[in-house]
Design a protein around this ligand. Structure first.
Ligand SMILES: Nc1nc2c(ncn2[C@@H]2O[C@H](COP(=O)(O)OP(=O)(O)OP(=O)(O)O)[C@@H](O)[C@H]2O)c(=O)[nH]1
Ligand SMILES: C=C(OP(=O)(O)O)C(=O)O
Length: 215
């Protein structure tokens, strides 16, 4: 049964098969690339689970090397049908609706290693005011969060320049202060430096310390 009063979210976090992940960081990370990808996902999932407005995190992945550590952290893991990012997100959302039909459903990128639970709570509180809403990435080109009210169609349009597609799809762009860590996705070495300036989570900080011991 729908619970229109629920303000706790089901969050779907997609994690790509590690052998194909974080390719834009390959030159900077060498053999540590997949380790970094897992660490970044672990920090994202840990921060999401620590957010008081998050009821559950559903990770969608086909990769057992990601599924293991993320389920230990407390995420539910759903198999990825391997038909692209938005299909993975819809699969996770369908699981969320089966488990908790009265809760709003959001999609959060897995590459937010500086994510702060309180900043995620600010974004989720703002999102709850709208039927569908999204948070643009730090460059105002992509998207880091997309969410819908309970019972409404979940239509993510992630991939590349997704900010404009989410706008065109009628989602409200959330322009709120104090959500820098929600917007700070990491795809390139410059992104990683920017996330370091915000403050990395412990998993990612440990890999970065091994990569660049002199800081
Ligand atoms: N489950 C799942 N997650 C995906 C898929 N494609 C992308 N993702 C996730 O979506 C987010 C954005 O992914 P991308 O930017 O396309 O890929 P990336 O691995 O982060 O980086 P690049 O290899 O440099 O493009 C990350 O959280 C990925 O783990 C997919 O097909 N399935
Ligand atoms: C998938 C996306 O981002 P990126 O490829 O930059 O991680 C997106 O912003 O929709």
């Amino acid at each position: 049964m729908l619970n229109p009063m629920s303000n706790r979210w089901s969050l779907v976090i997609p994690v790509k098969t590690l052998v194909a992940a974080k390719t834009r960081l390959a030159a900077a990370t060498g053999p540590h690339r997949t380790r970094l990808a897992v660490a970044v996902a672990c920090d994202t999932v840990s921060a999401a689970l620590a957010c008081p407005l998050v009821a559950r995190v559903i990770v969608v992945t086909a990769d057992p090397a990601a599924a293991g550590p993320l389920s230990v952290l407390g995420a539910d893991v759903v198999p990825d049908p391997d038909q692209g990012l938005n299909t993975a997100l819809r699969t996770g959302a369908a699981h969320a609706v089966r488990v908790a039909p009265g809760d709003p459903v959001g999609a959060l990128q897995a590459d937010l290693p500086a994510l702060r639970p309180a900043e995620l709570a600010t974004a989720l509180t703002a999102a709850a005011e709208f039927d569908q809403a999204f948070v643009p990435d730090a460059l105002d080109v992509g998207t880091t969060f997309y969410g819908v009210r309970a019972g409404l169609p979940f239509t993510p349009r992630f991939g590349g320049e997704s900010r404009s597609r989410h706008l065109a799809g009628g989602a409200k762009e959330l322009c709120v202060e104090g959500i820098e860590s929600v917007r700070r996705d990491v795809d390139t070495p410059d992104d990683l430096r920017a996330a370091m300036a915000l403050g990395l989570g412990g998993h990612t900080a440990a890999v970065v310390a091994d990569l660049w011991p002199s800081g």
